[in-house]
Design a protein around this ligand. Structure first.
Ligand code: AMP
Length: 210
């Protein structure tokens, strides 16, 4: 799929409220993965994207996720609407770092759930009603099994570094987590490589993807 040439953020359908933090971050123009992925995600389509770390792939899904959250009514209590699954704690921290400042400025709440952090602390943070979670599959599965949170209002699922999620043996956890989510949702898969096994798993996971 070839995007039309997009060389400024103003050409992407992102609210002015999102454009301002981009200027503050010093992002002058979208990177190729951002120019390709953001319109597809905003259109509500499922997506399979090939992108290495360093290409701006995090903002390629973070920006449209924040845009979608801004468009939703801010009902209380706020349900979890978006989930980003990542293979490692380091990546979770990195994704959250890219997200948190902008999200907070927009009045949106995010939370990182991964191993190595006391569960009590994460439970207290869950009680504050995050709309967007960044999580490793194992810790999220534990918290769901203990009914500490629910994913029945989830709208968008992102698998970041899907090839590493597969390599690291997380697929059974992911299958388990899928059963706790609505089948009607938007699913986005980002991966640096596309091994055959991942391609066949993605066929089940994605609906008519771009
Ligand atoms: P990532 O590929 O998501 O790990 O991003 C790599 C780096 O590129 C991060 O430090 C981002 O802050 C930066 N970045 C992402 N998008 C842009 C952009 N449009 N312009 C300049 N820097 C960017």
């Amino acid at each position: 799929w070839c995007p039309m040439s997009i060389d400024s953020f103003a050409e992407l359908a992102l609210s002015p409220r999102l454009q301002q933090p981009l200027r503050e971050l010093g992002y002058a123009a979208p990177t190729p993965i951002q120019a390709s992925a953001i319109p597809v995600i905003l259109a509500g389509r499922d997506l399979m994207a090939g992108a290495q770390t360093g290409t701006g792939k995090t903002a390629a899904f973070v920006l449209p996720l924040l845009e979608q959250l801004l468009q939703q009514p801010q009902a209380e209590p706020r349900p979890i609407r978006a989930l980003v699954l990542v293979p490692t704690r380091e990546l979770a921290t990195q994704v959250n770092a890219a997200l948190q400042g902008v999200a907070e400025a927009l009045g949106l709440r995010t939370l990182t759930l991964c191993g190595g952090v006391p569960q009590e602390q994460q439970q207290a943070e869950l009680a504050l009603g995050p709309q967007l979670l960044v999580a490793t599959p194992g810790r999220l599965r534990d918290l769901l099994a203990q009914r500490r949170l629910g994913l029945s209002n989830l709208r968008t699922l992102v698998l970041d570094e899907a090839d590493r999620l597969l390599e690291m043996g997380f697929w059974p956890d992911i299958q388990w987590l899928l059963n706790a989510m609505p089948t009607e949702r938007q699913t986005l898969l980002f991966s640096a490589t596309l091994p055959l096994e991942l391609e066949s798993l993605a066929i089940d996971l994605l609906t008519n993807p771009i």
